[in-house]
Design a protein around this ligand. Structure first.
Ligand code: PLP
Length: 495
């Protein structure tokens, strides 16, 4: 199967080419030439498989320059019981007849980024071999929290790779910071940047576009790559769990095979929900995709008006992984909404970078709302939802998941449509202990790792091992630099 650039359909490459390059030279994102159809019969047989087998089945459809044996090996390693503490990998938690939560946080870093970043290193290193690249790859990441840790865990001690993560010194939670600065592995580096997430991200971007540095590094046998969510190798593994959730909804008796279900997805960069859209295009019986945002509600407005406008105040919220005003993966949806008109996509993206704004046609908006609904939820409401869900179901959810649950409730209230639905749960509540404790009305004032014990005490739930074990770990990285020094850090590490 070939992959095309969203901004120039004539730019075509293989799956391994797309995964190696990440982004097309013209600035576009790679999309499959056509989406494979999964027949009713195949879906039925998927219901009898475990998560790893489902992953192999779906990924096989897209990666035809990989052997089935390779994909099987990668899935077995990535989604092993060593890495995921639940045998279902992405299990459903059913709270009532119509509603289940899909828990995507049973991996090593307790957030859904693990679903893709546990397997990406295998896909990437195999892709390098396939395209004949013999340099060592250095992954550079700027993170607002979850991605950095998940990328570190995925790439640690992977042959022929190094990984270097920059995080904003004052922009991540205590627990997220500890997770990163105690990272183990011989090929990893972590560095704080004095500034906010944008400073870290701009620093990384300018390193990527620094041709002189690239040449120096190439001379030393390195090339730079990124692990961010526009890489096809990150999107593809996410399609799997929509299929998996569907099968599990059949198995837990919420639906009979063939019925439609809705998904509500907490959305930032539009990667997660886009994977759901692709699953729907592949024939999975999905009704609506509910796009849930926090106060940074640029996508809610886009769905409801057809105008994408990033010219607005940026809010720092208690669901920080969704504090985003430019959702990069939306470009892939635009490609489909335009009927795959690459020039039109390029035009919208140019308007976005020039004016921070674009407006799609009426026809495109009609297509958009055929599949998507959009809602948003502010911090106050998010806390109320966490508290209410715990009270009603004894089920503890994190702020991102709460935003999605609220969106589903809104949708049901607006439409009186009570089709069974899955709320995509993207982080363990223990990753955001302070906000969750606050939501539950706890005033203990605990700090740092004590927050984990406190949350466990208050809710009588068990904290995930990767977080409780942080206490015993040593801090390995305590450097912080000005953003102008980031380039020097890269040069030093890649000697
Ligand atoms: C990254 C992230 C999201 C948003 O996912 P996108 O693919 O960027 O839309 C939601 N919740 C959590 C916890 C995340 O880490």
């Amino acid at each position: 199967m070939r992959y095309l650039s969203t901004r120039d359909k004539e730019t075509k490459t293989t799956a391994s080419g797309a995964i190696t390059m990440g982004l097309s030279r013209d600035g576009g994102l790679f999309v499959p030439e056509q989406l494979p159809r999964i027949s009713r019969k195949s879906l039925e047989s998927m219901c009898g498989m475990n998560y790893r087998q489902r992953a192999v089945f779906i990924m096989n459809q897209f990666l035809d320059d990989f052997t089935s044996a390779e994909i099987t090996l990668f899935c077995e390693k990535a989604y092993s019981s060593m890495n995921f503490d639940d045998p279902g990998v992405a299990p459903l938690h059913k709270v009532d007849e119509k509603t289940s939560f899909m828990e995507l946080w049973h991996g090593p870093t307790c957030a859904f980024k693990d679903m893709a970043l546990q397997i990406l290193p295998y896909l990437l290193t195999a892709s390098l071999d396939k395209v004949g690249e013999d340099k060592e790859v250095c992954i550079l990441v700027a993170t607002s929290g979850d991605t950095g840790k998940a990328a570190l865990e995925g790439f640690k001690d992977v042959d022929r790779t190094k990984i270097l993560v920059f995080y904003p010194r004052d922009g991540v939670s205590d627990i997220q910071k500890l997770q990163m600065v105690t990272q183990e592995g011989g090929n990893v580096g972590v560095c704080a940047v004095k500034g906010n997430f944008d400073d870290a991200q701009n620093g990384v971007k300018s390193i990527f576009s620094d041709e002189e540095l690239r040449e120096i590094l190439a001379g030393r046998g390195y090339f730079l790559s990124s692990a961010n969510s526009i890489n096809w190798g990150r999107l593809l593994p996410q399609i799997v769990y929509y299929f998996s959730a569907y099968c599990d909804m059949v198995k837990n008796g919420s639906i009979v095979f063939g019925d439609e279900i809705h998904f509500s997805v907490p959305t930032g960069n539009f990667g997660d929900i886009l994977a759901g859209y692709y699953a729907k295009c592949m024939g999975l019986p999905i009704g609506r995709l509910i796009c849930a945002s926090n106060e940074n509600n640029v996508l809610t407005d886009f769905i409801n008006t057809g105008v994408y406008d990033r010219n607005r105040t940026f809010h720092t919220t208690i669901s920080p992984s969704m504090d985003i005003l430019i959702s990069s993966n939306l470009e892939r949806l635009l490609f489909e909404l335009t009927g795959r008109e690459d020039e039109l996509v390029a035009h919208y993206m140019k308007e976005l970078s020039q004016y921070g704004k674009y407006e799609i046609t009426n026809l495109m908006q009609e297509r958009l709302v055929r599949d998507f609904s959009g809602y948003f939820c502010d911090d106050e409401k998010t806390k109320l939802v966490i508290r209410a869900a715990f009270k009603k179901f004894g089920y503890l959810i994190d702020p991102h998941t709460a935003v999605a649950y609220d969106a589903l409730n809104h949708y049901r209230h607006d439409t009186q449509d009570d089709t069974p639905a899955v709320v995509v749960s993207t982080a363990s509540p223990y990753k955001f202990c302070d906000s969750v404790l606050d939501a539950l009305g706890d005033k203990s004032g605990a700090k740092g790792l004590d927050l984990i014990d406190r949350l466990s005490e208050v809710t009588k739930t068990a904290a995930p091992k990767p977080l409780t074990s942080l206490r015993a770990k040593t801090v390995r990285f305590d450097v912080s630099v000005d953003k102008e020094q980031m380039r020097t850090v890269v040069e030093k590490i890649l000697q």
